[in-house]
Write a protein that binds this ligand. Structure first.
Ligand code: TMP
Length: 217
């Protein structure tokens, strides 16, 4: 049976991830049958998870505390994993995720600092079992550089507004995971042009799909 493939995109805010996910989406629309792949985003991707996303990012009346925030991300992940990701992978599809649990290790683990990175991983395992992306693109940008990309009057959500030190810690968190998870992490310098970045991504995805096809032939 054809084995599914799980690809995720990660990086700090303003790293250019959404641009790349959109380019990859276009590439899939032009080259694959729409039954063969699913694009998702985290938090979100199911009606309930989208509501949770809105609470985490935009609810300001009673702003989520760090622990509440962590648990809301986990709740949203539980929902999309059981309802969308696992069924798609089990039927041999390619799942492309705009963020997954590496974001929680970097943002809630390293940056919010409410739980150690290892405890976040244990919590994640309790929620989603041993599910792990096969390939993760990390668009690496320094927090200082990312801050320069922000427009002067941009309205920032609860996480984007967390300040420079927080975003420096996010970067440290990602660097840590990239070091530990060298096999699945593809680190890309996010200061390259969007075209240069997309070419690297396209090549790596094509290679991974062909390896996966050989394995399951
Ligand atoms: P996005 O802007 O890339 O869609 O991501 C939403 C925000 O949520 C972004 O600031 C990163 C943050 N986030 C976490 O803090 N922890 C998580 O586990 C996830 C998935 C996202």
């Amino acid at each position: 049976m054809k084995k599914g493939l799980f690809i995720s995109f990660e990086g700090g805010d303003a790293c250019g991830k959404s641009t790349q996910v959109n380019l990859v989406k276009k590439f899939f629309e032009e080259n694959f049958n729409s039954d063969d792949y699913v694009f998702i985003r985290e938090p979100g991707g199911t009606p309930l998870a989208e509501k949770i996303r809105d609470l985490i990012l935009n609810y300001t009346e009673d702003k989520p505390l760090p622990m509440t925030e962590l648990l809301l991300f986990c709740a949203a992940r539980s929902q999309i994993t059981q309802n969308v990701i696992l069924p798609a992978l089990n039927s041999g599809k390619i799942v492309i995720a705009d963020r997954f649990y590496d974001s929680t290790i970097a943002y809630q683990g390293e940056a919010r600092g409410i739980m150690s990175k290892n405890d976040i991983i244990s919590l994640t395992r309790t929620i989603i079992g041993d599910l792990k992306p096969d390939l993760t693109f990390y668009l690496k940008i320094s927090a200082q550089e990312a801050f320069k990309r922000k427009k002067p009057n941009e309205v920032l959500d609860n996480i984007e507004s967390a300040g420079l030190e927080f975003h420096k810690a996010v970067e440290r968190g990602y660097d840590f995971i990239a070091d530990v998870e060298k096999e699945r992490f593809c680190v890309i310098d996010a200061t390259k042009t969007p075209e240069q970045i997309f070419n690297i991504i396209k090549e790596k995805i094509s290679q991974k799909i062909s390896e996966n096809d050989k394995k399951t032939r």
